[in-house]
Design a protein around this ligand. Structure first.
Ligand code: SF4
Length: 340
């Protein structure tokens, strides 16, 4: 009977190689691609398409799984702290291994594997951290790292003969030459660059996430997605204003409107779309919000009208429109005061 395993799959080269090494030994491999608002979320709602792409490109069966709820609970206060930016890599790995362990029965799998390489990353792939991840996830010998296995203690699947240790690797460090040669040997030509797709490790976005996580009212998936688009302002009443920088961002902002949000657009001048997220539905800073929006209109700077669309009072759930006259754009120094 075929032995099955689950492999944590970021889509990067190391995780592809981990899958191929285990497939080569005759194991049934399911690649688990976890997504959150910080990585992989573009595949949300298009899971089947991405899974098909992975199958076509690499011959790997993948499952895309949204772990946003658990992730958001962890990311605001990760027990092992953050890396250089807002990336909680150790706790991120612990959470993913835990989720994979929970799914073993579902996929009739015997163990979990990952593409981690000893010494490749300063925070999450040191020898001691690899042990912490295994211990705190509850994996206890059930977490195989095929790329660095020869430098690590034997795991249960190796001891039980489910995996042939002699066919595993002893890679370490940051170099990618060996992985690239292995990719070529598996006839894999297209794979992502190592830059990674995790916005928590982005120097600019991570600053914004830091402020959002510190903000007392909590945050949800939509907040984390909204943080990744447009120009941001926190107004004195605590409300949040996001102004699009181009047509694509205007569309994205519109798609992220949630109940209670107000959309702002100039009535007769062409300009950006803004999303205004008031606190408790109170529109106290309407003149400030419209003045900021007007700042990004190129034409005529005389008095003009702004259309506000959304619930116009805290108890209203239905959408209404209101037109406000704005005298002119807010002054640059004042604008900077509210930038978020
Ligand atoms: S870079 Fe992001 S996705 Fe990768 S381990 Fe760190 S927190 Fe997780």
């Amino acid at each position: 009977m075929q032995v099955n395993c689950l492999v944590l799959f970021s889509g990067g080269l190391d995780s592809i190689i981990a899958c191929k090494l285990l497939q080569e030994q005759g194991l049934g491999v399911t690649a688990l691609m976890f997504i959150t608002p910080f990585f992989g979320y573009k595949h949300k709602g298009r899971e089947a398409k991405k899974q098909e792409r992975i199958r076509a490109d690499y011959g790997i069966e993948a499952r895309i799984i949204d772990i946003s709820d658990e992730y958001l609970k962890m990311v605001a206060n990760p027990p092992h702290g953050y890396g250089r930016y807002m990336n909680p890599c150790v706790d991120c790995k612990i959470l993913m291994v835990k989720k994979a362990l929970e799914l073993l029965d579902t996929f009739h799998a015997s163990f979990v594997a990952s593409g981690e390489v000893l010494g490749q990353r300063p925070m999450s792939q040191r020898r001691d951290t690899l042990q912490v991840i295994e211990k705190e996830s509850g994996a206890k010998g059930m977490l195989l790292r095929p790329l660095s296995a020869l430098y690590l203690p034997e795991t249960l699947p190796e001891r039980q003969g489910l995996v042939d240790r002699s066919r595993l690797l002893g890679l370490s460090g940051r170099g990618r030459k060996a992985q690239m040669a292995l990719a070529a040997s598996f006839d894999i030509k297209d794979y992502p660059t190592p830059a990674g797709g995790c916005v928590l490790a982005d120097p600019i976005l991570s600053e914004r996430f830091k402020r959002i996580f510190a903000f007392g009212s909590g945050f949800n998936v939509n907040d984390c997605l909204l943080a990744q688009v447009g120009r941001h302002f926190r107004l004195p009443d605590g409300s949040w204003l996001v102004v699009g920088r181009n047509r694509i961002e205007n569309q994205r902002i519109t798609s992220l409107l949630s109940p209670g949000d107000i959309r702002l657009e100039m009535k007769s001048l062409s300009g950006p779309t803004a999303l205004w997220r008031p606190v408790d539905g109170i529109l106290e800073e309407a003149s400030l919000a419209t003045g900021i929006l007007y700042r990004y209109v190129r034409e005529n700077k005389g008095p003009s009208e702004v259309v506000l669309t959304g619930p116009m009072a805290s108890r209203q759930s239905h959408t209404r429109q209101k037109i406000l006259v704005v005298d002119g754009p807010i002054a640059s120094d004042l604008l900077e005061k509210f930038r978020f």
